[in-house]
Design a protein around this ligand. Structure first.
Ligand code: NOJ
Length: 732
């Protein structure tokens, strides 16, 4: 017994040590001061070329020159995923004069070997602790393979589903996105890789949803909406940032001194380094603010870009700019200091090379897959469930699964870092067979030749299978070229011939459950009117289809909520919940009101929405303080009851509105949320703390302003929350 206890303690101790070694982040006090001294000493030894080398980030593939590592001309690498290859570059470092370790970066975004749902799918869980776990395992696996820097989290607010990169973020809301940004940052860095908060700033507001396009963001909105998730990440210790491709209000973000230096370093006190995006320094020529690469390099460095990702521009021109006196040596030293600082704080100088032999066994561990399964479950959003067609009833004896998306080759839907332990995901038909009672027949027809349904393979066979079954489950959506960077769309219906198939399936007269795996909210009006149920996922990762099967079979009660509003039509975009009031609000839908002649104002599925197999009721919303000073706070409480027959999770959401202030304030603004588990019939009191000082907004000069007045509070299960209470915000 005692021996077992000792062994357990020893194990916990060792695990604790391993974990402590794994975690990265800013060191403080004496350790931090010591690091600054070490950097100063190192800077004194470095040649101009070696300094520039620290700012040069080059990537695996054609043109990669390992000689630059050996000669101290390269400080960072990216896109290496195979431990043996990482080992080679690490060995090359030791042949260099000063042996300054490399920072090794990768887009390990929603997984490395184990895939978690796409970030937007994780955000749909509204479960920050779970999202943090997913980031932790992403970081851990990447770290085990030798990576020490991830290009994530992307914290760009996105309100325009035409933009292909909405999948990488946490949706449309500043509060939700900030909580998730902090969770992901913590997770990656606990897992052992430095986080990169990106894209600084405004990338998500690309005009017309066209990737890389200019953004125009008023100062008040920049501060109220776009900057908070960045700030939240830095507040929990994010070590690096990435500048955006876009021009913000006319100034390319890669040369935006106001943002990169004055705000980020000046006001926010950020001590880490900022990398450019892929080739974005040389793109300053195309933005029309540099005549040549030398000028681009100069402008970027002086604005505050420390590292040149894949541009070769610092490598080729920075030394010349310094020698010519156009870039002060001090500015170069500062940038190098910031890069070295991150390397020291990461512990790279003491860290052994990647353990090539151990790496594979650390991939797709049971724990990681458990988290992936839970994240996939909680990310499933039930958008429609007519006549409780779900969960699949005992009377259903046969199910036809239709659509190639149901059986993918693997779940590397978008990034492709996995060099290790790639595992094929469980196909949906198999997962359903496992979850449904024995004796239920599950058939499968792909219908299309590719996942994304651009062309039919055998439509007739699919329709025949549908007609022969009691229930049709069709898995459709976006995949292939329809998602991610550079995949902006103007048409947000199902791509290819998928809509045609859906209509034909509905025409069979069989109840149709539409399971979606998409990169963004699609326009789903037709489906909403005609199919029996809609199950939305944003590509659930390695465990995605297994989790869907659990939801369909009723083993898991869906609890995902929309992180973005779903538009009824592209013409409504942008559609988001926290709109300002107008002077002509929609009342009776008459001509001179703020309405469309041909479309409703409201989203098809509002922000924060999602059905459950249970029903939740809200009662007795209340505040502890009727008057809250600017520097005070109140508790807000509400009783939530699960009135359904099944246990389930509800996302309790708190919105505020200040009906009269110095400037117009949003009709609703999310200020808190909590995911709670309630047994069937159970009631819980959910409490929130609202700080007076958090209830203001920024003005046109960027000044934060609090106004006294009534604050209405709404509590409920979506942005349409109806339980209402209020208090008064007072100066003192
Ligand atoms: C360009 C993307 O904008 C950025 O987010 C990514 O990290 C880099 N490519 C590197 O792959």
């Amino acid at each position: 017994m005692i021996r077992r206890l000792v062994a357990a303690l020893l194990f916990c101790g060792l695990a604790g040590v391993a974990l402590a070694q794994q975690q990265v982040g800013w060191k403080t006090g004496r350790e931090a001061a010591e690091i600054e001294r070490k950097i100063s000493a190192l800077l004194k030894q470095m040649t101009l070329e070696e300094k520039v080398g620290q700012l040069h980030l080059s990537g695996r593939g054609e043109g990669f020159d390992i000689e630059q590592v050996r000669t101290g001309r390269m400080g960072a690498v990216m896109n290496f995923v195979v431990p043996q290859e990482i080992r080679q570059v690490q060995e090359a470092v030791r042949q260099s004069r000063l042996r300054i370790p490399l920072i090794i970066g990768l887009d390990a975004v929603h997984g490395f070997s184990t895939y978690f749902p796409l970030p937007l799918g994780q955000a749909s869980s509204w479960n920050p602790a779970l999202i943090e776990q997913a980031a932790y395992w992403t970081g851990r696996e990447a770290r085990a393979a030798g990576v020490n820097w991830t290009f994530a989290p992307m914290v760009d607010i996105s309100r325009d589903p035409r933009w292909g990169r909405v999948l990488e973020g946490a949706g449309e809301d500043a509060h939700l996105a900030s909580v998730i940004a902090a969770a992901r940052t913590r997770g990656y860095q606990r897992g052992g890789v430095a986080a990169t908060v990106k894209h600084f700033v405004g990338y998500g507001a690309a005009e017309g949803g066209r990737d890389y396009n200019s953004t125009w963001i008023p100062t008040s909105q920049l501060h109220d909406l776009f900057l908070p998730p960045f700030k939240a990440s830095f507040d929990v210790g994010a070590m690096t940032a990435m500048a955006a491709f876009n021009a913000l209000n006319g100034m390319p973000a890669t040369a935006h001194r106001g943002m990169l230096t004055d705000l980020l370093r000046g006001q926010w006190g950020f001590r880490g380094f900022v990398t450019s995006d892929f080739g974005s320094i040389t793109e300053l020529r195309l933005h029309g603010i540099a005549r040549d690469d030398a000028e681009a390099a100069r402008k970027a460095l002086l604005a505050g870009i420390d590292m040149d990702m894949m541009g070769d521009v610092y490598h080729k021109h920075l030394a010349g700019e310094v020698k010519a006196g156009r870039v002060p040596a001090k500015a170069l030293d500062e940038a190098v200091r910031r890069v070295l600082r991150v390397k020291f704080h990461l512990g790279l100088f003491e860290r052994p090379d990647v353990d090539v032999a151990a790496a594979p066994s650390l991939m797709q561990t049971e724990e990681a897959r458990k988290v992936a399964r839970q994240a996939a479950r909680e990310g499933v959003i039930l958008l429609k469930n007519e006549r409780q067609v779900l969960p699949i009833a005992a009377s259903v004896k046969s199910v036809a699964v239709i659509g190639a998306m149901a059986v993918p080759e693997d779940e590397r839907v978008w990034t492709d870092p996995a060099g290790l332990g790639r595992r094929v995901v469980q196909p949906l038909p198999d997962a359903l067979r496992e979850q449904l009672p024995a004796g239920v027949e599950v058939t499968y027809q792909p219908a299309f030749s590719r996942n994304c349904g651009t062309e039919f393979k055998d439509k007739e066979a699919a329709l025949k299978a549908a007609a022969a079954a009691d229930l049709v489950v069709t898995m459709l959506g976006e995949d292939c070229e329809f998602m991610g960077e550079g995949a902006s769309r103007t048409d947000l219906r199902l791509p290819g011939v998928q809509q045609e198939l859906l209509e034909a399936l509905v025409a069979t007269g069989k109840p149709v459950v539409l399971v979606l795996a998409t990169a963004r909210p699609l326009v789903l009006g037709w489906a909403d009117r005609h199919v029996a149920a809609i199950v939305q996922t944003f590509h659930g990762g390695t465990e995605g289809r297994a989790a869907i099967a659990e939801v369909l079979a009723g083993k898991v009660n869906p609890s995902g909520r929309t992180p973005m509003s779903f538009p009824r039509s592209v013409g409504q975009i942008p559609v988001y919940y926290d709109q300002l009031p107008t002077g002509r609000p929609q009342k009776i839908r008459q001509r001179y009101e703020s309405i469309y002649m041909d479309e409703a104002n409201e989203a098809l599925y509002p922000f924060g929405f999602g059905l459950s197999y249970s029903r939740f009721a809200y009662a007795d919303p209340r505040v502890t303080n009727a008057r809250v000073p600017f520097d005070g706070a109140t508790e807000v409480a509400v009783d939530v009851t699960n009135q359904g027959e099944r246990d389930g999770q509800e996302v309790v959401q708190l919105y505020i509105r200040q009906p009269v202030a110095e400037r117009s304030r949003p009709l609703r603004l999310l200020k808190g949320f909590e995911k709670v588990f309630l047994k069937a019939g159970e009631t819980k009191t959910v409490r929130f703390r609202l700080e007076g000082r958090a209830l203001g907004g920024h003005d046109d000069t960027g000044r934060y302003q609090l106004d006294p007045g009534i604050i209405e509070v709404y509590l409920g299960g979506s942005s349409l929350a109806a339980a209402r209470t209020q208090f008064e915000l007072v100066k003192r």
